[in-house]
Design a binder for this molecule. Structure first.
Ligand code: SF4
Length: 498
Protein backbone atom coordinates (compact mmCIF):
# COMPACT_ATOMS: atom_id res chain seq x y z
CA UNK A 1 0.00 0.00 0.00
CA UNK A 2 1.16 3.54 -0.76
CA UNK A 3 -0.09 6.58 1.04
CA UNK A 4 -1.91 9.32 -0.81
CA UNK A 5 0.54 12.09 -0.09
CA UNK A 6 2.91 10.45 -2.58
CA UNK A 7 2.41 12.90 -5.53
CA UNK A 8 2.55 10.13 -8.13
CA UNK A 9 -0.10 8.17 -6.27
CA UNK A 10 -2.29 11.25 -5.88
CA UNK A 11 -2.07 11.96 -9.59
CA UNK A 12 -2.93 8.34 -10.43
CA UNK A 13 -5.89 8.47 -8.07
CA UNK A 14 -7.11 11.71 -9.59
CA UNK A 15 -7.14 9.93 -12.94
CA UNK A 16 -8.94 6.93 -11.51
CA UNK A 17 -11.39 9.05 -9.53
CA UNK A 18 -12.33 11.11 -12.56
CA UNK A 19 -12.28 8.33 -15.13
CA UNK A 20 -15.94 8.92 -15.94
CA UNK A 21 -15.38 12.47 -17.19
CA UNK A 22 -13.93 14.33 -20.13
CA UNK A 23 -10.76 16.18 -19.13
CA UNK A 24 -9.20 19.40 -20.19
CA UNK A 25 -5.61 18.67 -21.04
CA UNK A 26 -3.90 21.90 -20.09
CA UNK A 27 -3.95 25.33 -18.52
CA UNK A 28 -1.49 28.13 -19.25
CA UNK A 29 -0.50 31.31 -17.45
CA UNK A 30 2.18 33.89 -18.24
CA UNK A 31 3.49 37.24 -16.99
CA UNK A 32 5.40 39.96 -18.83
CA UNK A 33 7.07 42.76 -16.90
CA UNK A 34 6.60 42.11 -13.19
CA UNK A 35 9.34 41.72 -10.55
CA UNK A 36 7.52 38.73 -9.06
CA UNK A 37 6.76 37.01 -12.36
CA UNK A 38 7.41 33.44 -11.17
CA UNK A 39 5.41 33.93 -7.96
CA UNK A 40 2.44 35.32 -9.89
CA UNK A 41 2.67 32.44 -12.35
CA UNK A 42 2.65 29.98 -9.47
CA UNK A 43 -0.57 31.57 -8.17
CA UNK A 44 -2.11 31.63 -11.64
CA UNK A 45 -1.38 27.93 -12.11
CA UNK A 46 -2.87 27.27 -8.70
CA UNK A 47 -6.15 28.81 -9.91
CA UNK A 48 -5.97 26.72 -13.10
CA UNK A 49 -5.21 23.42 -11.39
CA UNK A 50 -8.62 22.02 -12.45
CA UNK A 51 -7.33 22.08 -16.06
CA UNK A 52 -4.54 19.59 -15.36
CA UNK A 53 -3.20 17.68 -12.38
CA UNK A 54 -0.54 15.39 -13.83
CA UNK A 55 2.37 17.76 -14.22
CA UNK A 56 3.22 21.42 -13.86
CA UNK A 57 6.04 23.75 -14.77
CA UNK A 58 7.25 27.35 -14.81
CA UNK A 59 9.96 28.91 -16.99
CA UNK A 60 11.21 32.38 -16.06
CA UNK A 61 13.28 34.83 -18.09
CA UNK A 62 15.78 37.28 -16.69
CA UNK A 63 16.39 38.69 -20.18
CA UNK A 64 19.30 36.63 -21.48
CA UNK A 65 18.69 33.44 -19.56
CA UNK A 66 15.74 31.10 -18.96
CA UNK A 67 15.33 29.00 -15.85
CA UNK A 68 12.76 26.24 -15.71
CA UNK A 69 11.30 23.93 -13.09
CA UNK A 70 8.98 21.13 -14.11
CA UNK A 71 7.62 18.24 -12.08
CA UNK A 72 4.95 15.58 -11.91
CA UNK A 73 1.93 16.26 -9.72
CA UNK A 74 0.16 19.32 -8.36
CA UNK A 75 1.37 22.92 -8.28
CA UNK A 76 1.14 23.14 -4.48
CA UNK A 77 3.27 20.01 -4.07
CA UNK A 78 6.05 21.17 -6.37
CA UNK A 79 6.63 24.91 -5.97
CA UNK A 80 8.07 26.02 -2.67
CA UNK A 81 9.44 29.46 -1.83
CA UNK A 82 12.90 28.00 -2.38
CA UNK A 83 12.06 26.76 -5.88
CA UNK A 84 10.41 30.06 -6.84
CA UNK A 85 13.50 32.02 -5.70
CA UNK A 86 15.48 30.01 -8.25
CA UNK A 87 13.22 31.31 -11.05
CA UNK A 88 14.36 34.96 -11.34
CA UNK A 89 13.25 37.50 -13.88
CA UNK A 90 10.41 39.84 -14.86
CA UNK A 91 8.83 37.42 -17.35
CA UNK A 92 7.50 33.90 -16.82
CA UNK A 93 5.29 31.26 -18.42
CA UNK A 94 3.65 28.31 -16.68
CA UNK A 95 1.65 25.23 -17.54
CA UNK A 96 -0.47 22.57 -15.88
CA UNK A 97 -1.15 19.36 -17.75
CA UNK A 98 -3.55 16.46 -17.61
CA UNK A 99 -2.44 13.45 -19.58
CA UNK A 100 -3.72 10.04 -20.53
CA UNK A 101 -2.38 7.11 -18.53
CA UNK A 102 0.14 6.01 -21.15
CA UNK A 103 2.16 9.20 -21.32
CA UNK A 104 2.19 10.48 -17.80
CA UNK A 105 5.90 11.24 -17.65
CA UNK A 106 8.06 14.23 -16.83
CA UNK A 107 9.41 14.56 -20.35
CA UNK A 108 5.89 15.58 -21.46
CA UNK A 109 5.65 18.29 -18.81
CA UNK A 110 5.64 21.86 -20.10
CA UNK A 111 6.82 24.56 -20.74
CA UNK A 112 9.00 23.06 -23.46
CA UNK A 113 12.32 24.88 -23.71
CA UNK A 114 14.67 25.27 -26.65
CA UNK A 115 17.54 27.40 -27.82
CA UNK A 116 17.18 29.12 -31.17
CA UNK A 117 19.51 31.45 -33.08
CA UNK A 118 17.69 34.32 -31.31
CA UNK A 119 18.12 32.88 -27.84
CA UNK A 120 16.01 30.76 -25.52
CA UNK A 121 12.30 30.12 -25.91
CA UNK A 122 9.83 28.42 -23.55
CA UNK A 123 6.45 27.37 -24.85
CA UNK A 124 3.22 26.39 -23.09
CA UNK A 125 0.42 24.96 -25.22
CA UNK A 126 -3.24 24.14 -24.60
CA UNK A 127 -4.93 22.19 -27.38
CA UNK A 128 -4.23 19.35 -29.75
CA UNK A 129 -2.73 19.36 -33.23
CA UNK A 130 -4.47 16.98 -35.60
CA UNK A 131 -1.49 16.70 -37.97
CA UNK A 132 1.20 16.38 -35.27
CA UNK A 133 1.78 12.72 -36.17
CA UNK A 134 2.66 13.54 -39.77
CA UNK A 135 4.95 16.42 -38.76
CA UNK A 136 6.60 14.27 -36.11
CA UNK A 137 7.29 11.56 -38.68
CA UNK A 138 8.73 14.15 -41.06
CA UNK A 139 10.95 15.65 -38.33
CA UNK A 140 12.19 12.24 -37.25
CA UNK A 141 12.75 11.26 -40.87
CA UNK A 142 15.13 14.23 -41.11
CA UNK A 143 17.05 13.20 -38.01
CA UNK A 144 15.28 15.16 -35.28
CA UNK A 145 15.13 13.54 -31.86
CA UNK A 146 11.86 14.39 -30.13
CA UNK A 147 12.13 13.89 -26.41
CA UNK A 148 8.41 13.67 -25.58
CA UNK A 149 5.24 12.09 -26.93
CA UNK A 150 3.44 15.43 -26.71
CA UNK A 151 2.29 17.10 -29.92
CA UNK A 152 3.21 20.46 -28.39
CA UNK A 153 6.92 19.69 -28.78
CA UNK A 154 6.40 19.57 -32.53
CA UNK A 155 5.78 23.35 -32.50
CA UNK A 156 9.05 23.93 -30.61
CA UNK A 157 11.00 21.88 -33.17
CA UNK A 158 9.35 23.65 -36.08
CA UNK A 159 10.15 27.10 -34.73
CA UNK A 160 13.72 26.09 -33.84
CA UNK A 161 14.18 25.00 -37.47
CA UNK A 162 12.54 28.09 -38.97
CA UNK A 163 14.72 30.42 -41.05
CA UNK A 164 12.64 33.46 -40.08
CA UNK A 165 14.52 36.16 -38.21
CA UNK A 166 12.36 37.20 -35.24
CA UNK A 167 10.85 34.93 -32.59
CA UNK A 168 7.33 35.95 -33.60
CA UNK A 169 8.01 35.22 -37.26
CA UNK A 170 9.52 31.85 -36.32
CA UNK A 171 6.42 31.02 -34.29
CA UNK A 172 4.10 32.12 -37.09
CA UNK A 173 6.14 30.04 -39.52
CA UNK A 174 5.79 27.00 -37.24
CA UNK A 175 2.07 27.53 -36.65
CA UNK A 176 1.37 27.93 -40.34
CA UNK A 177 2.37 24.26 -40.69
CA UNK A 178 0.12 22.81 -38.01
CA UNK A 179 -3.60 22.12 -37.97
CA UNK A 180 -5.83 21.83 -34.96
CA UNK A 181 -6.38 23.57 -31.67
CA UNK A 182 -3.86 25.77 -29.92
CA UNK A 183 -3.93 28.52 -27.37
CA UNK A 184 -0.30 29.09 -26.46
CA UNK A 185 2.12 31.37 -24.71
CA UNK A 186 5.77 31.62 -25.70
CA UNK A 187 8.46 33.32 -23.68
CA UNK A 188 11.58 34.61 -25.42
CA UNK A 189 14.42 36.56 -23.84
CA UNK A 190 12.47 39.83 -23.81
CA UNK A 191 9.00 39.11 -25.19
CA UNK A 192 5.84 37.20 -24.42
CA UNK A 193 3.97 35.98 -27.47
CA UNK A 194 0.40 34.64 -27.36
CA UNK A 195 -1.32 32.81 -30.19
CA UNK A 196 -4.76 31.31 -30.69
CA UNK A 197 -5.76 29.10 -33.62
CA UNK A 198 -8.14 30.60 -36.21
CA UNK A 199 -11.07 28.46 -34.98
CA UNK A 200 -10.52 29.59 -31.38
CA UNK A 201 -11.16 26.19 -29.80
CA UNK A 202 -9.54 26.85 -26.44
CA UNK A 203 -9.78 30.01 -24.33
CA UNK A 204 -6.99 32.53 -23.73
CA UNK A 205 -7.35 35.93 -22.08
CA UNK A 206 -5.18 39.00 -21.62
CA UNK A 207 -5.07 40.91 -18.35
CA UNK A 208 -3.18 43.78 -16.70
CA UNK A 209 -1.64 44.01 -13.26
CA UNK A 210 -0.20 47.49 -12.79
CA UNK A 211 2.09 47.81 -15.82
CA UNK A 212 2.53 44.06 -16.30
CA UNK A 213 0.73 41.97 -18.92
CA UNK A 214 -0.86 38.69 -17.92
CA UNK A 215 -2.00 35.77 -20.10
CA UNK A 216 -4.26 33.05 -18.74
CA UNK A 217 -6.48 30.20 -19.89
CA UNK A 218 -9.30 31.50 -17.68
CA UNK A 219 -10.26 34.71 -15.93
CA UNK A 220 -10.38 32.98 -12.51
CA UNK A 221 -6.56 33.05 -12.62
CA UNK A 222 -6.60 36.83 -13.18
CA UNK A 223 -8.94 37.22 -10.20
CA UNK A 224 -6.59 35.39 -7.86
CA UNK A 225 -3.67 37.77 -8.48
CA UNK A 226 -5.88 40.89 -8.62
CA UNK A 227 -5.31 41.48 -12.35
CA UNK A 228 -7.87 43.25 -14.53
CA UNK A 229 -9.37 41.39 -17.48
CA UNK A 230 -8.36 43.29 -20.61
CA UNK A 231 -9.79 41.15 -23.43
CA UNK A 232 -9.69 37.71 -25.03
CA UNK A 233 -6.89 36.85 -27.43
CA UNK A 234 -8.95 36.63 -30.63
CA UNK A 235 -9.12 33.50 -32.80
CA UNK A 236 -6.27 33.68 -35.30
CA UNK A 237 -4.47 36.45 -33.39
CA UNK A 238 -0.78 36.49 -32.55
CA UNK A 239 -0.17 39.03 -29.77
CA UNK A 240 3.44 40.13 -29.23
CA UNK A 241 4.25 41.88 -25.94
CA UNK A 242 7.71 43.42 -25.85
CA UNK A 243 9.02 46.16 -23.55
CA UNK A 244 5.52 46.55 -22.14
CA UNK A 245 3.84 47.22 -25.50
CA UNK A 246 1.30 44.96 -27.19
CA UNK A 247 1.36 44.44 -30.95
CA UNK A 248 -1.34 42.41 -32.69
CA UNK A 249 -0.68 40.35 -35.83
CA UNK A 250 -3.21 38.48 -37.97
CA UNK A 251 -0.99 36.23 -40.05
CA UNK A 252 -3.34 33.32 -40.74
CA UNK A 253 -6.28 32.93 -43.15
CA UNK A 254 -9.63 33.38 -41.40
CA UNK A 255 -11.34 30.13 -40.38
CA UNK A 256 -14.74 29.44 -41.98
CA UNK A 257 -16.28 29.89 -38.53
CA UNK A 258 -15.37 30.19 -34.86
CA UNK A 259 -15.44 26.87 -32.99
CA UNK A 260 -15.09 27.62 -29.28
CA UNK A 261 -15.33 24.36 -27.32
CA UNK A 262 -18.83 24.29 -25.84
CA UNK A 263 -17.63 21.80 -23.24
CA UNK A 264 -15.56 24.59 -21.68
CA UNK A 265 -18.88 26.29 -20.93
CA UNK A 266 -20.66 23.07 -19.91
CA UNK A 267 -18.05 21.56 -17.62
CA UNK A 268 -14.32 22.30 -17.93
CA UNK A 269 -14.00 25.95 -16.99
CA UNK A 270 -14.39 27.07 -13.40
CA UNK A 271 -17.87 28.51 -12.74
CA UNK A 272 -16.36 31.80 -11.57
CA UNK A 273 -14.59 32.29 -14.92
CA UNK A 274 -15.92 34.21 -17.88
CA UNK A 275 -15.35 32.79 -21.36
CA UNK A 276 -15.50 35.31 -24.20
CA UNK A 277 -17.05 37.71 -21.70
CA UNK A 278 -19.82 35.30 -20.62
CA UNK A 279 -20.06 34.08 -17.06
CA UNK A 280 -19.77 30.29 -16.97
CA UNK A 281 -22.12 29.83 -14.02
CA UNK A 282 -24.93 31.82 -15.65
CA UNK A 283 -24.67 29.81 -18.85
CA UNK A 284 -24.80 26.51 -16.94
CA UNK A 285 -27.91 27.73 -15.11
CA UNK A 286 -29.50 28.62 -18.42
CA UNK A 287 -28.83 25.08 -19.68
CA UNK A 288 -30.66 23.81 -16.58
CA UNK A 289 -33.64 26.02 -17.37
CA UNK A 290 -33.81 24.76 -20.96
CA UNK A 291 -33.51 21.19 -19.65
CA UNK A 292 -36.45 21.74 -17.29
CA UNK A 293 -38.59 22.99 -20.19
CA UNK A 294 -37.58 20.06 -22.40
CA UNK A 295 -37.90 17.34 -19.74
CA UNK A 296 -40.37 18.29 -16.98
CA UNK A 297 -41.29 15.66 -14.37
CA UNK A 298 -43.33 15.70 -11.14
CA UNK A 299 -40.83 15.49 -8.24
CA UNK A 300 -40.16 16.65 -4.67
CA UNK A 301 -36.59 17.90 -5.02
CA UNK A 302 -33.85 18.70 -7.52
CA UNK A 303 -30.46 17.32 -6.44
CA UNK A 304 -27.15 18.20 -8.13
CA UNK A 305 -24.28 15.81 -8.69
CA UNK A 306 -21.63 17.80 -6.80
CA UNK A 307 -20.04 19.97 -8.07
CA UNK A 308 -20.48 19.42 -11.78
CA UNK A 309 -24.29 19.59 -11.75
CA UNK A 310 -24.70 22.49 -9.29
CA UNK A 311 -25.51 25.38 -11.61
CA UNK A 312 -27.67 23.36 -14.02
CA UNK A 313 -29.61 21.90 -11.08
CA UNK A 314 -30.29 25.42 -9.78
CA UNK A 315 -31.53 26.45 -13.22
CA UNK A 316 -33.74 23.34 -13.40
CA UNK A 317 -35.13 24.03 -9.91
CA UNK A 318 -35.87 27.71 -10.67
CA UNK A 319 -37.58 26.92 -13.95
CA UNK A 320 -39.61 23.97 -12.61
CA UNK A 321 -40.43 25.41 -9.18
CA UNK A 322 -39.21 22.19 -7.52
CA UNK A 323 -37.04 22.82 -4.41
CA UNK A 324 -33.25 22.49 -4.76
CA UNK A 325 -31.62 20.25 -2.14
CA UNK A 326 -28.00 19.16 -1.77
CA UNK A 327 -29.04 15.65 -0.78
CA UNK A 328 -25.84 14.09 -2.09
CA UNK A 329 -22.95 14.89 0.21
CA UNK A 330 -19.35 14.60 -0.81
CA UNK A 331 -16.52 13.87 1.58
CA UNK A 332 -14.06 16.70 0.88
CA UNK A 333 -11.18 15.07 2.75
CA UNK A 334 -10.93 11.78 0.88
CA UNK A 335 -7.82 12.84 -0.97
CA UNK A 336 -5.81 13.40 2.18
CA UNK A 337 -6.87 10.70 4.56
CA UNK A 338 -7.54 7.28 3.21
CA UNK A 339 -5.02 4.65 2.28
CA UNK A 340 -5.50 2.94 -1.04
CA UNK A 341 -6.83 -0.60 -0.72
CA UNK A 342 -5.55 -3.12 -3.21
CA UNK A 343 -8.94 -4.69 -4.02
CA UNK A 344 -12.36 -3.38 -5.13
CA UNK A 345 -11.02 0.13 -5.59
CA UNK A 346 -13.76 1.52 -7.79
CA UNK A 347 -16.69 0.65 -5.56
CA UNK A 348 -14.81 1.63 -2.46
CA UNK A 349 -14.01 5.07 -3.83
CA UNK A 350 -17.59 5.95 -4.81
CA UNK A 351 -18.90 4.87 -1.42
CA UNK A 352 -16.27 6.75 0.52
CA UNK A 353 -16.68 9.86 -1.61
CA UNK A 354 -20.47 10.29 -1.73
CA UNK A 355 -23.38 9.69 0.57
CA UNK A 356 -27.09 10.29 0.00
CA UNK A 357 -28.84 12.02 2.89
CA UNK A 358 -31.49 9.55 4.04
CA UNK A 359 -33.26 12.24 6.05
CA UNK A 360 -33.83 14.26 2.87
CA UNK A 361 -34.59 11.68 0.19
CA UNK A 362 -36.46 8.89 2.02
CA UNK A 363 -39.98 8.67 0.58
CA UNK A 364 -39.26 11.44 -1.95
CA UNK A 365 -39.11 11.71 -5.77
CA UNK A 366 -35.70 13.01 -6.79
CA UNK A 367 -34.52 14.76 -9.96
CA UNK A 368 -30.77 14.13 -10.14
CA UNK A 369 -28.97 16.66 -12.38
CA UNK A 370 -25.56 16.07 -13.97
CA UNK A 371 -23.78 18.03 -16.72
CA UNK A 372 -22.82 15.06 -18.92
CA UNK A 373 -22.57 11.27 -19.05
CA UNK A 374 -19.40 9.72 -20.40
CA UNK A 375 -19.30 6.03 -19.45
CA UNK A 376 -22.14 6.21 -16.93
CA UNK A 377 -20.27 4.40 -14.16
CA UNK A 378 -20.48 7.22 -11.61
CA UNK A 379 -24.17 7.98 -12.22
CA UNK A 380 -25.02 4.29 -11.96
CA UNK A 381 -23.61 4.29 -8.44
CA UNK A 382 -25.17 7.61 -7.44
CA UNK A 383 -28.64 6.49 -8.57
CA UNK A 384 -28.11 3.33 -6.48
CA UNK A 385 -27.08 5.41 -3.43
CA UNK A 386 -30.19 7.59 -3.66
CA UNK A 387 -32.47 4.59 -4.07
CA UNK A 388 -30.79 2.82 -1.15
CA UNK A 389 -31.45 5.94 0.96
CA UNK A 390 -35.19 5.47 0.40
CA UNK A 391 -36.11 7.64 -2.62
CA UNK A 392 -39.35 6.46 -4.27
CA UNK A 393 -38.26 7.66 -7.73
CA UNK A 394 -35.00 8.87 -9.31
CA UNK A 395 -35.22 10.94 -12.50
CA UNK A 396 -31.86 11.72 -14.13
CA UNK A 397 -31.53 14.94 -16.14
CA UNK A 398 -28.38 15.83 -18.11
CA UNK A 399 -27.59 19.41 -19.12
CA UNK A 400 -25.87 18.45 -22.38
CA UNK A 401 -26.78 16.16 -25.29
CA UNK A 402 -25.61 12.53 -25.45
CA UNK A 403 -21.80 12.33 -25.90
CA UNK A 404 -21.42 10.21 -28.99
CA UNK A 405 -17.94 11.09 -30.27
CA UNK A 406 -14.40 11.72 -29.02
CA UNK A 407 -12.60 15.08 -29.07
CA UNK A 408 -9.59 15.75 -31.32
CA UNK A 409 -8.98 19.32 -30.16
CA UNK A 410 -7.34 19.15 -26.76
CA UNK A 411 -9.70 17.21 -24.53
CA UNK A 412 -8.88 13.81 -23.14
CA UNK A 413 -11.85 11.58 -23.99
CA UNK A 414 -12.47 7.85 -24.08
CA UNK A 415 -12.74 6.15 -27.46
CA UNK A 416 -16.05 6.35 -29.27
CA UNK A 417 -16.77 2.72 -28.31
CA UNK A 418 -16.37 3.53 -24.61
CA UNK A 419 -18.97 6.31 -24.71
CA UNK A 420 -22.21 4.93 -23.36
CA UNK A 421 -24.33 7.11 -25.65
CA UNK A 422 -22.53 5.79 -28.72
CA UNK A 423 -23.43 2.20 -27.89
CA UNK A 424 -26.89 2.65 -26.37
CA UNK A 425 -30.15 4.50 -26.91
CA UNK A 426 -31.44 6.84 -24.20
CA UNK A 427 -33.90 4.20 -23.02
CA UNK A 428 -31.16 1.57 -22.83
CA UNK A 429 -29.01 3.99 -20.79
CA UNK A 430 -31.97 4.61 -18.47
CA UNK A 431 -32.20 0.88 -17.83
CA UNK A 432 -28.43 0.60 -17.28
CA UNK A 433 -28.44 3.48 -14.78
CA UNK A 434 -31.51 2.07 -13.03
CA UNK A 435 -33.38 5.40 -13.00
CA UNK A 436 -37.10 5.91 -13.60
CA UNK A 437 -36.69 8.45 -16.39
CA UNK A 438 -33.69 9.93 -18.21
CA UNK A 439 -33.68 13.21 -20.13
CA UNK A 440 -30.78 14.78 -22.02
CA UNK A 441 -30.70 18.37 -23.21
CA UNK A 442 -31.34 18.29 -26.96
CA UNK A 443 -28.67 19.41 -29.43
CA UNK A 444 -31.15 22.02 -30.65
CA UNK A 445 -31.65 23.24 -27.08
CA UNK A 446 -27.89 23.49 -26.56
CA UNK A 447 -27.39 25.39 -29.80
CA UNK A 448 -30.22 27.80 -29.03
CA UNK A 449 -28.79 28.47 -25.56
CA UNK A 450 -25.32 28.95 -27.10
CA UNK A 451 -26.70 31.83 -29.20
CA UNK A 452 -26.46 33.86 -25.96
CA UNK A 453 -22.69 33.48 -26.18
CA UNK A 454 -22.57 35.34 -29.50
CA UNK A 455 -19.67 33.27 -30.81
CA UNK A 456 -19.47 30.13 -32.92
CA UNK A 457 -19.08 26.86 -31.06
CA UNK A 458 -17.68 23.39 -31.54
CA UNK A 459 -20.18 20.74 -30.45
CA UNK A 460 -18.61 17.87 -32.40
CA UNK A 461 -18.57 15.38 -29.53
CA UNK A 462 -22.39 15.68 -29.53
CA UNK A 463 -23.08 16.24 -33.21
CA UNK A 464 -20.18 14.59 -35.08
CA UNK A 465 -19.78 17.91 -36.97
CA UNK A 466 -15.97 18.17 -36.58
CA UNK A 467 -14.75 21.66 -37.61
CA UNK A 468 -11.34 20.34 -38.73
CA UNK A 469 -11.30 16.90 -40.31
CA UNK A 470 -8.79 14.63 -38.66
CA UNK A 471 -8.23 12.47 -41.71
CA UNK A 472 -6.45 14.20 -44.57
CA UNK A 473 -4.68 16.64 -42.24
CA UNK A 474 -1.31 15.09 -42.85
CA UNK A 475 0.39 17.52 -45.22
CA UNK A 476 4.14 17.17 -44.98
CA UNK A 477 5.81 20.35 -43.74
CA UNK A 478 8.86 22.00 -45.27
CA UNK A 479 11.65 21.91 -42.70
CA UNK A 480 14.91 23.72 -42.20
CA UNK A 481 17.65 23.82 -39.51
CA UNK A 482 17.43 21.82 -36.29
CA UNK A 483 18.37 22.98 -32.81
CA UNK A 484 18.57 20.82 -29.72
CA UNK A 485 15.73 20.95 -27.21
CA UNK A 486 17.02 21.20 -23.67
CA UNK A 487 15.25 19.03 -21.12
CA UNK A 488 15.43 19.65 -17.41
CA UNK A 489 16.26 16.85 -15.03
CA UNK A 490 13.82 15.37 -12.50
CA UNK A 491 12.87 17.87 -9.82
CA UNK A 492 15.86 20.05 -10.52
CA UNK A 493 16.24 23.41 -12.13
CA UNK A 494 17.87 23.39 -15.52
CA UNK A 495 19.22 26.33 -17.45
CA UNK A 496 19.05 26.89 -21.14
CA UNK A 497 21.19 29.79 -22.02
CA UNK A 498 20.66 32.25 -24.71
FE1 SF4 B 1 -15.05 20.63 -27.07
FE2 SF4 B 1 -16.35 18.43 -27.80
FE3 SF4 B 1 -15.47 20.16 -29.68
FE4 SF4 B 1 -13.75 18.70 -28.26
S1 SF4 B 1 -15.26 17.94 -29.74
S2 SF4 B 1 -13.57 20.89 -28.74
S3 SF4 B 1 -14.76 18.58 -26.24
S4 SF4 B 1 -17.05 20.51 -28.06
Amino acid sequence: MKQLYDPAVRAALARERDGDRFHDECGIFAVHGHPEAAHLTYLGLYALQHRGQESCGIAASSGREHTVHRAMGLVADNFSEKVLKRLPGRHAVGHVRYSTAGDSVLRNAQPFCATTDDGPVALAHNGNLVNAGAIRAELEGRGSILTSTSDSEVVVHLLARSRERTPEDRLIDALSRVKGAYSLAMLTGDALIAARDPFGFRPLVLGRLDNAWILASETCALDLIGAEYERDVEPGEVAVIRRGRLRTLRPFPKAPRQAFCIFEHIYFARPDSSLSGHNVYHFRKELGRVLAREHPVPADMVVPVLDSGNAAALGYAEESGIPYETALVRNQYVKRTFIEPSQSVRDFRVKIKHNASRGLVAGKRVVLVEDSIVRGTTLLKLVGLIRAAGATAVHVRVSSPPNTGPCHYGIDTPTREELIAHRHSTDEIRKILGCDTLGYLSLDGLRRAAQLLKHGICDACFSDAYPIPVDGADDAPQLSLFHTVEVDADDEDARSNG
